[in-house]
Each structure stands twice: as C-alpha cells, then as structure tokens.
Ligand binder design. Structure first.
Ligand code: DUC
Ligand code: ZN
Ligand code: ZN
Length: 501
C-alpha cells in the first residue's frame, strides 16, 4: 500500500447516517481509505476524543457582493474564506450578482476572478438573476449552467433585484429545461412596501419596525405563489432563509402533494428572536435581516422542520454589513429601519452554533448535523460525491471536531471583518481543532496556514432534484413544451387539461 500523506486516526467518523470508529488515510487532495487500523501516514493526527466530520459546506453566504440595496459587504473572498475555515467550513458557495442593466456573463467572470485570486478554500457560486431578457437567460445563464454553475437565486422583493411573476415563469421554465436549481427569496414586495410606507409616515422608524414590515404572511404568500408557479412546469424550487411557520406549512403541504420543493433556514432564525431588534436606539439594526427574526414559536417550528425533513439545509446567510455608515447605519443614528442594510454575519459560527445548540441540546443527532451542514448541501447543489462525506474518492475536506472545546463568541475572536457578532458573549461547546482542506492542514489550534488563491473552483453537476428524476406530469410537460414553442395543435402534448392533474 502506498504511504499516506496524512492520516487521522483514533477518531469517530460521522456521516449523515452513522457515527463509527475509523481512521482516514489521505493522499494528495483525496481521501483514499476510511477503515480501522490504518498505518500512520507521513503526518499522523491523533483524533482520540474527536469527531472526524466532513468539512462544512455553506451554500448561502454573501461575499464581496453588492446587495439589492446597493451596499458592498465588508468581507472579500479572502476574509470570508478564512473565517469560514476557522469554523470548520471547507467550501463556500456565495453569489455572483447581476445588477439591472448589467450582463450576467460579466458578473460571473468578474466574480470568478475575485474568487480565484483570494479564496483559501474550495468554492463555487450561484448566480443572482435580475434580468430575464433572452441574452441573460438563453445565452449567459445557459453557458454558466454548462460550466458547472447549476443553481441561481431570484428575488421576489427588493426593487433593484426583484422579478415579477411573468419573469419568474420564464426563469422556472428555463431551469426545468436546463436542470438547474432555482433558489427563491420569497417575500411579497408590495406588502412590505405598503406597510413600510405607512409606518414611516407615522414616524415609526426604529429597527423593530423592520420586523413589522416584513410580516410573516408576506413570506407565506410569496412562498405559496412561487411554489404554484413552479408546479406549472413541475420545476424544483428551493426556498432560502425560511423563517416562519406560515412558509413552513406551505412548503410541507407542497411536499406532501409530491411537489419538488426544498427549504433552507439559518442559525439566526433558530437561535435569536425579534426582541433583538428592539434594543435601545439603533442597536437593533444589527439584527435586521430579511426575512426578519421571528418569535419563540417560530424557532420551535423551524427545529421541528429540520427533524421532519421539511427543510434540508442550514446555511449562514452571512451578510457582512458593519455597524457603521458603510453598512447598517448610512445615516448614523437617524437611519430608519428601511435604510439599514439587511443581514447579519455568521459564516464562522454556523457549525459551532448548530453543534452546540443542536446536537448538544438534543435537538438533532450528529448525523443530522452532518446532513444539514454538509452532506445535503453537497447533494442538493451537485457537489456530491466529491464533497459532503468522508469516503474514499472524496476530497479530503475534514473538520476534526473537539466536542468539549468551549468558545465564547466575540467579534474580536472571529475572523470576518464585520466588527460585531449577533452572538456576542454566547458560549458554544464544540469547535474544530484542526481543519483540512483538500488534504492540507489549514487551521490547527487556531493557527491558520493557507495562501490567498489556494482554494479551487469546483464545477457542480446536476442538483439532487434532477437526479432520479420523477416522471413529469402532463401539466408539467405541456407547459414546458409551451415555453420552448413546441406545444402546437397536433403535437402530442397539446390538449392538456387541468382535469388530468
Ligand atoms: N437576503 C439574503 O439572502 N441575505 C441577506 C438579505 C436578504 O434579503
Ligand atoms: Zn434573500
Ligand atoms: Zn442571503
């Protein structure tokens, strides 16, 4: 047997299904053996008392990206990937955003250049599609999908990014045809706009009114609407950052009807409540995100939805806006809830929070934790089997996890450039002692060693919903063919009737 470059021995390996004793042998960037009793490699790590976990994959984070409100985040690909690595995440998939009037192709190329130069861990990106002209959809987007960018996000709110229902139909039809996954920010724009306007007119400007304006039924309505639009084509959709029971009920009902609907939530919806937006002055702006934080009942519903499989992924939705004029407070203390940048940081703390609050508190098992933070992301977004599991043939992306290590979260101890953490002062139990990325030890006992640009682009294959594809209904077939101009009288799929479905 060839000598291993690196071995991780005497630990407990965890997958999305089981936890078991095994050693891991690595040659170059790949795992080549997972079994008991492996001989020591050139470097041998003693993982006694540790879990050996697949490195986290974060498929929803905003890195070096201008937001829908036009604000640039504080983290670039270097700082974001370094922060991710410190928390045990070994692949990030942020967003290359097309802003209106700009080319999708150019957005993708510019973003690729930034990531190539700076990321310290492996990466891909989704696209944000804000235009639906033929060049964007039929040329640029198709080209991107074929080079391995097999998912993209659309917004139903934010004036600068949102697409209307007609555009959504074009997007969903194209995604069904090209086997790409549509991620949706589902909130009813006009409800938010109307409530915000009335609140501002009445002088209600404090951060807590962000929550009032993004009322849960606005999320529920948009979630229901986009699911129905997707069902026209039997197109899969993934609802990102689900925050409330209204949306959860809609997603669950659609799943029970057999619709290919998936969902994601984030640690802040599980662990924080709307009360945080009601801190004195503008302090609450730190906690404004969209959809907003909800109440304790919503938290319980989200934990249950993770257990029941209604939601498949937990992402950070890292949105790195500083608590100053560059991000949260463009008008200082006079900033209204409508002007504060939306989102909060969370890349580095995602795994520790989910481990400490999820696994340690008995809300999920270790395999569920692995599924929700790594394996499901890999499968859902076409990264498996290369990543997301510890198995022979996979990339050697591993977090060697000390389940007893206590860390008190503070802005200064974390590695992003945001300057605050919504979890300031909270102690978590469980942190990665060593992080391995593509066979390289890049974090060891808090010390970091990897150069900017050493992460690699990972082309993604077909997302899970398109693998083992279920038969498309007569309705789906008809509207898919209508979208490509093939539904004509005399054509086999013509004559679809709602009575059939
Ligand atoms: N949507 C996101 O996905 N992230 C931050 C803010 C938002 O509206
Ligand atoms: Zn969003
Ligand atoms: Zn986001």
């Amino acid at each position: 047997m060839q000598q291993f470059d690196l071995t991780i021995r005497h630990g407990l390996v965890a997958s999305d299904e089981a936890v078991y004793e095994a050693d891991v042998g690595i040659i170059g960037d790949k795992i080549v053996a997972v079994e008991r009793g492996l001989p020591a490699g050139r470097r041998d790590i003693d993982a006694t008392g540790h879990y050996v976990l697949p490195g986290g994959i974060d498929t929803h984070c905003h890195v070096e990206q201008r937001s829908g409100m036009g604000v640039m985040g504080a983290d670039d690909w270097y700082s974001a990937s370094v922060a991710a690595a410190h928390g045990g995440t070994t692949m990030i998939v942020p967003f290359a955003a097309q802003h209106r009037g700009h080319s999708l192709k150019q957005a993708a190329e510019e973003y690729t250049a930034l990531a190539t130069a700076k990321s310290v861990i492996d990466w891909s990106y989704h696209l944000i599609v804000s235009e639906t002209d033929s060049k964007t959809l039929n040329e640029d987007l198709v080209e991107q999908i074929r080079r391995g960018i097999t998912s993209f996000k659309v917004y139903m709110t934010y004036e600068a990014l949102k697409i209307d229902d007609y555009q959504m139909l074009d997007v969903l039809a194209l995604a069904a045809r090209e086997r790409a996954l549509v991620m949706v920010h589902a909130e009813n724009n006009d409800v938010i706009r109307w409530v915000s306007q009335k609140l501002l007119e009445s002088g209600s400007t404090a951060p807590k009114f962000h929550g009032t304006s993004h009322v849960a039924l606005a999320e529920g309505e948009a979630t229901h609407r986009v699911i129905q639009l997707a069902r026209l084509f039997d197109a899969p959709v993934l609802i990102v950052h689900v925050s409330a029971p209204d949306a959860l009920a809609t997603i669950g009902a659609a799943q029970r009807m057999g619709a290919q609907v998936y969902g994601e939530t984030c640690p802040h919806y599980l662990l924080l409540t709307e009360d945080a937006m009601d801190l004195p002055g503008v302090e609450g702006a730190k906690y404004c995100c969209s959809p907003p934080l909800r109440d304790a009942g919503s938290q319980e519903a989200l934990w249950t939805a993770l257990n029941d499989g209604v939601l498949q992924t937990v992402s950070s939705d890292h949105a790195p806006y500083r608590f100053d004029e560059t991000g949260k407070l463009p008008y200082g203390d006079a900033t209204t809830f409508k002007q504060a940048a939306n989102g909060m940081p969370g890349l580095e703390a995602r795994l520790p929070l989910m481990f400490s609050e999820g696994v340690n508190k008995g809300r999920m098992t270790l395999p569920e934790f692995v599924a929700l933070t790594a394996t499901n992301h890999a499968r859902m977004y076409g990264i498996a089997p290369r990543k997301g599991l510890i198995q022979a043939g996979a990339d050697a992306d591993i977090a060697i996890w000390d389940p007893k290590h206590e860390v008190t979260l503070t802005a200064s101890a974390l590695h992003d450039r945001v300057g605050y953490t919504p979890y300031e002062g909270m102690t978590v139990t469980g942190w990665p002692r060593i992080v391995v990325s593509a066979g390289r030890v890049i974090v060891e006992d808090g010390k970091f060693a990897a150069r900017a640009g050493s992460g690699r682009f990972v082309p993604r294959s077909t997302p899970l919903p398109f693998q083992n594809e279920r038969p498309v209904s007569a309705r789906g077939q008809f509207f898919r063919s209508l979208a490509i101009g093939e539904a004509r009288e005399g054509h086999t799929s013509f004559g679809y009737s709602d009575r059939q479905n």
